[in-house]
Design a binder for this molecule. Structure first.
Ligand code: F6P
Length: 323
């Protein structure tokens, strides 16, 4: 057992619904375990400039249902240097911080690994709407973002159908196609384009549209992952080739907001509490993950080397039934 007495928590990278629930769990589990729990604002920047304050049990009241992160977040170029990491570690030592819980994506975990290397034990919690962390089957915020994207595309469908049009919709996800795949299935998209599966414009877009048109379909939804992009050109090309009026929509940052779903609140709460237990047990350089549906933990360095498998089986099913 390590003599952890003071821990800190920060959110880093893009915000994700459920981050507040994770911070709440860290604060509550920490304080009820007898620890001092410090809040760090604006990610690693807060460690560098000392934007840190002590929380009590009520500091995290009324946040479990809120999107975004009440600790604010940032991507910190200064922290991504050896001097930056050293300065952050010095700040922790100066403030008596014995461990840090970092909520964010892979970039934030690289920071957590480096800070651990500089002598400050860290635990990572995966928080990103992209679901792009190879070591974990699930990342906090993904469920909320999927549901938001589905609601938005359902609205688009109303107008698309009314005009017998084709809507080409870009959803977020960086280089990961999970958000596009799940959304595409849930909205019955005629085609789903993801970075993991190379596509052929004629075969995968035009011929699929023409086939469904022959069987009576009059409006079309094409879901495109951010990692594929180019929705304006796609819409123009589709209109030119098929004569079907087409419009491009980029859902954008609206997908990052909103009240977290039950799943995001529960996973965040479990991961937050377990991250505190790991620090109390003297563990460090670990990342919370979902494996086989259960919340557990892995070594951050090993986790960062993992490759993310894409669910091609589900992708093939999507194409089979959305016809
Ligand atoms: O990682 C979350 C995410 O929303 C990605 O889907 C997207 O590529 C990126 O962040 C956008 O980043 P920013 O908010 O800096 O524009």
């Amino acid at each position: 057992m390590m003599n952890t007495k003071t821990i800190a928590v920060l959110t880093s990278g893009g915000d994700a619904p459920g981050m507040n629930a994770a911070v709440r769990a860290v604060a509550r589990a920490g304080i009820t375990s007898g620890l001092r729990v410090m809040a760090v604002r604006r990610g690693y920047n807060g460690l560098l400039n000392g934007d840190i304050y002590e929380m009590n049990l009520r500091s995290v009241s009324d946040i479990i249902h809120r999107g975004g992160t009440f600790l604010y977040t940032a991507r910190s170029p200064q922290f991504n240097t050896q001097e930056g990491v050293q300065k952050a570690a010095d700040r922790c030592r100066q403030m008596g911080i014995d461990g840090v819980v970092v909520i964010g994506g892979d970039g934030s975990f690289r920071g957590a690994r480096d800070l651990t290397g500089a002598g400050i034990p860290c635990i990572g919690i995966p928080g990103t709407i992209d679901n792009d962390i190879a070591s974990s089957e699930y990342t906090i915020g993904f469920d909320t973002a999927m549901n938001t994207a589905v609601q938005m595309v359902d609205r688009l469908r109303d107008t698309t159908e009314s005009h017998d049009r084709c809507s080409v919709v870009e959803v977020m996800g960086r280089r990961c196609g999970d958000l596009a795949l799940q959304t595409g299935i849930a909205v019955g998209a005629t085609t789903i384009l993801v970075p993991e599966v190379p596509y052929d414009f004629d075969r995968d877009v035009i011929e699929r549209m023409q086939f469904t048109q022959k069987t009576g379909k009059k409006h079309f939804i094409i879901v495109v992952a951010e990692g594929v992009g180019g929705v304006d050109k796609l819409a123009k090309d589709i209109e030119e080739r098929t004569g079907i009026e087409s419009r491009a929509t980029v859902l954008g940052h609206v997908q990052r907001g909103g009240s977290p779903t039950l799943r995001d609140r529960v996973v965040a709460s479990e991961m937050g509490a377990k991250a505190v237990s790991l620090l109390c047990e003297g563990k460090s350089n670990r990342v919370m993950v979902v494996r086989d549906g259960r919340v557990t933990d892995l070594d951050i360095t090993e986790a960062l080397q993992m490759k993310r498998p894409f669910n091609k089986e589900l992708y093939d099913i999507a194409l089979k039934i959305s016809i």
